[in-house]
Design a protein around this ligand. Structure first.
Ligand code: MRU
Length: 366
């Protein structure tokens, strides 16, 4: 996608052919900066501190992290240590483990001297596949949105098609296009009169900072709302559909996404608003069934709750404290929305009910 007329991806191989460039997402929307990751440790740190974030993007960053480790030491021991270091950074998004396992299994049978180059090729392939999957999600989601918009009552036809989204599942969370935002970009480009309600998404505000930034750069009409406003809007007929991403999807269609997603699904269910989840194949964990019982939920720093980052009147990015000294805070990063609350899953293979039969049929795993 473009920023100020220039096409960007979130991650790339630098011209030196060895190191990896990324957009630093910690300072957006106030500062656009990039970083160069020159070692496995730097890749791990970038994932852990959310310089890069979003399930697909941390998978690609992990794959490049293995390449960086193998450039220095291509031994089995080095590969195993890098795998552990990267895999420990963020526990919920399964894309990270998926990408690490794919690269490890690709390079392990090779002579050590060939491993770094093979890891580089596979990391690049994972990135390209992610772009293609996200664009395909966009095409399938576009058809869903067009169908919903056309089915609205005659008196609503002239009004914007209203979509609510949570967190950031846009191109910044992937390599390009995004998952939940890809259908929105496709719809906007196809001329659908679309408006997006953007949940701010406390505590790190990926909605207010990243989703609003992306939509603004693409010229998509949007409005930032506090996380608690969605239910009210749905009760008053101001949301035609909800669409979110997912960090891990179980084989029966339970979806784990940014904390607060579950409450939006409950409100959507209560108000008859369709609730869609957009995902690439790399987000499905076929080994898990019951998402609430089985998906590990990342516990993040209490400081993300007690403090907030923004731009001060002098233009500097500052962090301020919200809660009293001494008040404890708890910060689970994700929650699970049971499949029964999901209207459909929108994947690169097409659209399916959130059921094991539906997913198996779509991916030929019958
Ligand atoms: O903690 P984050 O910012 O990495 O969480 C991101 C999300 O929850 C996204 O919605 C999810 O990764 C799907 S993104 C394509």
């Amino acid at each position: 996608m473009k920023i100020d007329g220039k096409a960007w991806r979130t991650i790339w191989l630098e011209p030196d052919g060895r190191s990896v460039g990324v957009i630093d997402q910690t300072l957006l929307p106030h500062r656009f900066t990039t970083r160069t990751l020159g070692s496995c440790a730097e890749a791990a740190e970038a994932i852990a501190t959310m310089v890069v974030r979003g399930a697909p993007l941390i998978g690609v960053t992990g794959a490049y992290g293995l390449m960086l480790a193998l450039q220095v030491d291509p031994s089995d021991a080095s590969l195993a240590a890098a795998f552990e270091q990267l895999n420990a950074t963020r526990p919920t998004a399964v894309n990270l483990r998926w990408a690490l396992e794919r690269v490890r299994d690709r390079v392990l049978p090779l002579p050590p001297a060939e491993r770094a180059a093979a890891a580089q090729a596979d990391a690049g392939a994972i990135a390209e596949e992610d772009v293609a999957m996200c664009e395909a999600i966009g095409e399938h989601g576009l058809q869903v949105f067009q169908g919903l918009a056309a089915a609205r009552p005659a008196e609503r036809q002239g009004q914007p098609f209203q979509v609510l989204t949570h967190c950031n599942a846009g191109w910044l969370a992937t390599v390009d296009w995004g998952t939940a935002l890809a259908p929105i970009y496709k719809a906007h480009r196809a001329g659908l009169n679309i408006h997006v309600w953007v949940d701010e998404t406390r505590p790190r505000n990926q909605g207010a900072s990243l989703t609003a930034y992306e939509l603004g750069r693409e010229g998509v009409p949007h409005t930032v709302i506090v996380d608690n406003a969605g239910g009210h809007l749905m009760q008053h007929g101001q949301v035609d559909a909800v669409i979110v991403g997912t960090d891990r999807t179980t084989r029966r269609g339970d979806v784990c996404n940014k904390i607060g997603t579950y409450l939006k699904a409950l409100a959507a269910h209560d108000n008859g608003v369709p609730f869609y989840v957009a995902l690439p194949a790399s987000t499905i964990d076929w080994s898990l069934d019951d998402g609430v019982a089985e998906i590990p939920i990342e516990a993040r720093s209490a400081a993300e709750v007690t403090h907030i980052q923004g731009r001060g009147a002098d233009g500097q990015v500052v962090v301020v404290q919200l809660s009293p000294d001494g008040s404890p805070a708890f910060n689970p990063g994700f929650d699970v929305t049971p499949a029964r609350l999901v209207t459909a899953l929108i994947t690169e293979q097409g659209v399916t009910p959130a059921t094991e039969a539906g997913l198996r049929g779509l991916y030929g795993r019958g």
